[in-house]
Design a protein around this ligand. Sequence first.
Ligand code: B1M
Length: 213
Amino acid sequence: MADLQAIKEAVSKGKRKDIAGLVQTALDDGADPNTIINNYMIEAMKEVGARFEAKKIFVPEMMIAARTMQTGLDVIKPLLEAQGSQKETVGTVVIGTVFGDLHDIGKNLVVLMLESSGFEVFNIGENVPPEKFVEKAKEHGADIVGLSSLLTTGDPHLKATIEAVKASDLADKVKVVCGGAAVTRKFAVDQCGADGHATDAVDAVKTIKQLMG
Ligand code: B1M
């Protein structure tokens, strides 16, 4: 019987050696990959964030938890990728984490969900300056530019990136979608002029499909 709570605890406590086995056992027992990610791994990271905020843990522990989650996701990834492999490309997305921000787990989950929904995705990494988003969107003929931002200090960079896309000759062709724990719809869409905002990876797929018409 799958012990999903043990997966949550392993991520939360950074038990990296245990996580792959626990996730594989859960999958073998028929657990749904999305449930494992959304209800257990992401919840564990929320706990980690709360403990960090309360100064009960520090950056190294947060890093170990992140690596543990990544190791668990690596076990699930082939399953999600297989879901998307037969579909035709429904659109092209260039996605990155904004300048100054090194958080990548949420963005990588969005990438995984988009790919498994038939999108061609170019993941341009973390700490990405505005001009690189524009350059890569042109290079890959993107329909969508996706911005991920986890730090409130990223707000000016998010704004600058949206402005850079809107000021370029991509403005008519490309829609900008933002997400990440630090980003609100009010800020991204109402104040900065983004075309869409998504709260999680599933919502990102839904929002992007809606914007593509
Ligand atoms: Co960081 N960190 N961190 N951290 N970290 C947060 C974000 C924080 C909220 C923790 C806290 O204080 N509670 C806080 C930010 C506070 C703020 O700005 N308001 C914080 C801080 C302060 C910092 C440092 C400044 C700490 C320091 O050095 N003193 C530092 C900054 C480094 C930098 O980026 N320059 C830092 C560093 C790190 C680590 C490197 C140790 C590590 C990241 C490792 C990595 O990513 N490879 C880390 C971690 C792990 C976290 C927490 C604990 C977890 C983040 C995570 O991976 N969540 C985080 C606390 C939290 O978020 N509760 C925290 C799981 C992931 C699946 O969720 O990323 O939210 P998330 O993605 C979701 C949605 O947001 C959405 O979909 C995803 C899937 O559902 N989404 C999108 C994300 N991008 C999207 C794009 C879209 C649509 C949806 O469209 C394009």
